[in-house]
Design a protein around this ligand. Structure first.
Ligand code: SF4
Ligand code: SF4
Ligand code: FES
Length: 234
């Protein structure tokens, strides 16, 4: 039998299934918290930090990632305070600078109100979200991928290059990777990266309705479910 706890997100009282994360409950109730590394059904590792929220206890707000925060009785969550918006905007900007060739990440950045990127573009091929690694080990139990190294050296690799032996050829790692969704105008050359600004209609939605979904490519492509069966609470 499902047990529930009472929580409050952005002023809305919600009955949340015990054991679920704040992010899962928010998505279920149509409150869009931008997120990247979360994949329904996979473990959460809090890698991208886009899903940060304020968890208010005794009047004090603690900032934490909502995908790794389990619901508790009486919890008070704020997803769109000025502080959260500022921090999330910066995280999204850094992600675009790291991976300007991902339309999925550009969409999320639009959701976070990013119009310009103040950081130099790096055009890397991985944002270390770990979606591929977790899909490989948790869905296919193949363990053909893993994080190697620390800090700037950290990257995803096939352990000991044993792809042939471990890989089951499911292609889930590719399907879940945000880097496989190219920008509308196609891949950008190094040194010529930009935000095209074609998503301005989406930008208007995010400004007018802070919790609205902008149907980002990550959701469409990877079934985040954030716009399926929404239960509106406002
Ligand atoms: S294609 Fe291979 S490496 Fe990729 S998720 Fe499937 S088993 Fe893992
Ligand atoms: S390869 Fe893709 S899915 Fe895997 S960690 Fe990097 S960006 Fe994420
Ligand atoms: S979705 Fe929560 S940290 Fe990435």
């Amino acid at each position: 039998m499902l047990h529930y706890v009472n929580i409050n997100i952005n002023g809305a009282d919600i009955k949340a299934p015990k054991g679920s994360s704040v992010l899962e409950v928010a998505i279920e109730y149509g409150i869009c918290i931008p997120h990247l590394c979360h994949v329904p059904g996979l473990s959460d590792i809090g890698a991208c930090r886009l899903c940060i929220v304020e968890n208010i206890t005794n009047g004090r707000a603690t900032i934490t990632t909502s995908c790794t925060l389990k619901v508790q009785e009486g919890m008070i969550i704020r997803t769109n305070t000025d502080r959260i918006k500022r921090l999330r905007h910066n995280i999204a900007e850094l992600l675009v600078a790291e991976a300007p060739n991902s339309r999925a990440i550009q969409d999320i950045a639009v959701r976070c109100g990013v119009k310009e990127v103040r950081y130099p573009f790096r055009n890397g091929d991985c944002v270390l979200c770990g979606r591929c690694v977790r899909a490989c080990s948790e869905i296919w139990h193949a363990n053909a991928l893993g994080f190697i190294g620390r800090g700037k050296e950290r990257h995803v690799e096939r352990p000991l290059n044993m792809r042939e032996e471990y890989c089951k050829g499911c292609d889930y790692c590719l399907q879940l990777c945000p880097m496989t969704v190219p920008p509308c105008d196609g891949p950008m050359k190094p040194g010529e990266e930009y935000l095209c600004g074609k998503c301005e209609s989406q930008l208007m939605i995010t400004e007018d309705i802070p919790e609205s979904c902008v149907w980002c490519r990550l959701g469409e492509g990877f079934n985040c479910g954030r716009y399926a069966g929404l239960k509106t609470v406002r």
